[in-house]
Design a protein around this ligand. Structure first.
Ligand SMILES: [Cu+2]
Length: 691
């Protein structure tokens, strides 16, 4: 299948009610056409550009925007929520980045050519994918089956030599970026061995004005997957993934990645025969270890800062299916994050603070979810989740040294910037989340749903414990970034209406939501932008009340059998009700409109991507300021000269326009640019050979 179903598939993917229903189906008796196949197609069919990483790929989905800090590591935002407010998993492993400056949100570790499917659930429409995650769920997965099952033409189980092989090469002219990929599966009857890998590198890209911000990167990714379908049809699979990133430039940050080395291990047992009260069940174990080093020595002319960091996570989940449409389970995860702030003081590199002072967050969750059929046309779905969360900062009282007065404990920084004597210690949280959703289907292209949800999230390691110190610069502490160990949990209550219908021959699909948040965790400066108080100039955190509302809308029209248009729109509006100001990092009205022609072997398309001006911003910490609107154009084409060969090419940003999304961070290196601009015009292409 090719582009002809791209629009319909993306429609399926982004339609939260469908995805939520499909995903909660954990019956996995046979590899039938399920949501995994749908999304698997989608990852191949979102080929109207060469995606840099997982975040860049997600931008192809309406309602997902990204924060850009450099050429790599695009940070996805769904409904105004990013980073730890999205529950991101890689092959089921929960991944927390190892960088306290957000160089590596989870999606960064996805070299997309190595994955088969991507699933996005916007908002709180399911409780089985971990604690918190009010913005939604993002899952990257590989789907491997014995070749005897997935490839009947090649996989004669009597033959020992069944295999699949894919190789490919991509290029981008602008950054001189290229990715080489390979994917090999060896079938051994009901067992399989899959090895895949990719290597990517790119130089600094050029913006529409000819500026070349520091955006180069180099990454490699490989994985080994060993699995087997057991005699009863159950599946046992082990996978190991190695991701390596080196010399990643961030024009939008004070430092760059020297290296990030990641190992991810997964063990999965998906049982399809009854066990106790369960008709089927999933048992999964995961572990991820990350080592990260950032500095401003390696790729810049300065040499003052160096921060080693690490993030280690392990966990497991057990989910069982019972009766009709009922799932229940338990999950657990334990994350430890460490970072040490190093700075050259009086020409000696000194360890100033434990910036993530042994930050440990442990979560134990119990959940149940059920889909009930009320009538032929209507279903009621609901879920409940309880999380016991424990947080600690085991090194908050540790003194990193006594050689210099700038060497301080994390506790002394919390105390300097918050009320009273603040000592980070062990805290417990009891979090309750849940949803109820009513869906009515009137026909194949006609339905609506109404949902009400609550999502409770414990603040993350940075929000609670970050301890970055600085000297006073002109009697101000602007560079300090201090977490608040006394933050409360964030409570999101959301009402959402979704609909799908045919209007004037167009397939219209959309959702509108209102999210009322108690104790939203926000970052700010007490000086309120006046910068006249030395201590209050630091970046700190507090809980506020907030309101976020918005919509996603998609309209598809078939002009003829081969010609289609699609309009995607998304809008988010965020208010900090306590401080009576806009929330930071909120994308204005944006979207795209495309015209596509396709047959079974070729496709051509032109697309305009646009965003409105954003006048609502909070420039104290995160926003650069007001952002102008823009429209940029892409053209693309794809060819399948034979069943095994796929060739795509295109030009992105056709008019070489200089622009930046409102979410992009300030450019800290180029004086002529106020923020990290998006790439200018680029010719790109890819050639994939599958045999
Ligand atoms: Cu970093």
């Amino acid at each position: 299948m090719k582009i002809q179903n791209f629009i319909a598939l993306v429609g399926l993917i982004i339609s939260t009610q469908l995805i939520a229903q499909d995903l909660t189906e954990i019956q996995i008796s046979t590899p039938v056409l399920n949501s995994a196949d749908v999304s698997q197609q989608a990852i191949e069919d979102i080929n109207t550009k060469n995606a840099i990483d997982g975040g860049d790929l997600l931008k192809s989905i309406n309602g997902v925007n990204t924060i850009r800090r450099g050429g790599h590591g695009l940070d996805p935002v769904i409904r105004g929520q990013s980073d730890q407010r999205l529950n991101s998993s890689i092959d089921g492993a929960i991944v927390y980045g190892a960088c306290s400056s957000k160089m590596d949100p989870a999606s960064t570790y996805v070299n997309i050519e190595n994955y088969d499917s991507i699933t996005v659930i916007k908002g709180s429409q399911s409780v089985i994918y971990g604690a918190g995650g009010p913005g939604g769920v993002v899952r990257y997965e590989r789907t491997t089956e014995p070749l005897s099952q997935s490839q009947p033409t090649k996989g004669d189980t009597s033959q020992k030599s069944a295999y699949k092989f894919k190789i490919g090469q991509t290029f981008n002219s602008n950054s001189e970026g290229r990715t080489t990929l390979g994917d090999y599966t060896l079938g051994l009857g009901q067992a399989y061995l899959r090895i895949n890998g990719s290597y990517s590198e790119a130089g600094n890209y050029e913006t529409g004005t000819g500026l070349k911000p520091l955006t180069e990167y180099e990454t490699s990714n490989y994985a080994t997957i060993l699995g087997k379908r057991l005699d009863d049809g159950s599946k046992l699979e082990f996978s190991y993934t190695n991701n390596s990133q080196e010399n990643i430039g961030f024009a939008g940050l004070p430092m760059d990645i020297v290296y990030s080395y990641t190992d991810i291990y997964n063990l999965k047992y998906h049982r399809v025969t009854p066990f106790g009260p369960f008709s089927s069940m999933k048992v999964e174990l995961h572990n991820s270890d990350m080592d990260h080093l950032m500095d401003n020595y390696n790729m810049r002319t300065t040499n003052t800062m160096s921060t080693p960091a690490a993030s280690d996570t392990y966990g497991w989940r057990v989910i069982g299916a019972m009766g009709t449409g009922m799932k229940m389970g338990v999950d657990y995860e334990h994350n430890t994050r460490d970072a040490e702030q190093g700075m050259v003081v009086s020409s000696t590199l000194r360890h100033l603070t434990y910036m993530w002072p042994g930050a440990e967050i442990e979560k134990l969750g119990f959940f149940m979810e059920k889909d009930s059929t009320i009538s032929n046309q209507s279903t009621m779905s609901y879920g409940l989740r309880f999380d016991r969360v424990e947080t600690d900062a085991t090194r908050a009282g540790d003194d990193p040294g006594t050689d210099h007065m700038l060497q301080v404990t994390a506790n002394s920084l919390y105390t300097a910037h918050y009320t009273g004597t603040v000592t980070a210690g062990k805290r417990d949280f009891n979090n309750f989340s849940g949803f109820v959703r009513y869906k009515k289907t009137n026909g194949p292209m006609s339905s609506y749903y109404l949902s009400l949800s609550r999502n409770e999230r414990t603040p993350d390691a940075t929000e609670l414990f970050h301890a970055k110190t600085s000297m006073a610069m002109g009697a101000k502490y602007r560079l300090r970034h201090i977490g608040n160990p006394n933050l409360d949990t964030e409570k999101h209550t959301t009402i959402e209406l979704g609909f799908e219908n045919m209007f004037f021959n167009s397939h219209v699909n959309g959702s509108i939501y209102l999210n009322d948040v108690s104790d939203y965790v926000t970052t700010y400066r007490v000086s309120d932008g006046t910068y006249d108080n030395s201590v209050n100039d630091a970046r700190v955190y507090k809980n506020v009340d907030a309101t976020i509302w918005g919509y996603e809308l998609s309209v598809q029209n078939n002009i003829s059998n081969n010609l289609k248009t699609t309009l995607n729109l998304n809008y988010t509006h965020g208010d900090d009700d306590t401080q009576n100001r806009p929330l930071a990092q909120i994308m204005p009205l944006s979207g795209d409109i495309s015209l596509e022609y396709q047959t079974s072997t070729v496709n051509y398309g032109i697309r305009a991507n646009f965003a409105d001006t954003q006048d609502r911003f909070d420039s104290r910490v995160l926003d650069s300021g007001r952002t102008g609107g823009y429209t940029v154009y892409d053209v693309y084409a794809g060819f399948e000269p034979s069943e095994n060969v796929r060739f795509t090419m295109g030009i992105s940003n056709l008019t070489d326009k200089r622009y930046a999304t409102h979410l992009n961070t300030s450019n800290s290196l180029d004086s002529t640019a106020d923020r990290v601009d998006e790439p200018g015009r680029s010719f790109w292409g890819s050639l994939i050979y599958d045999f």
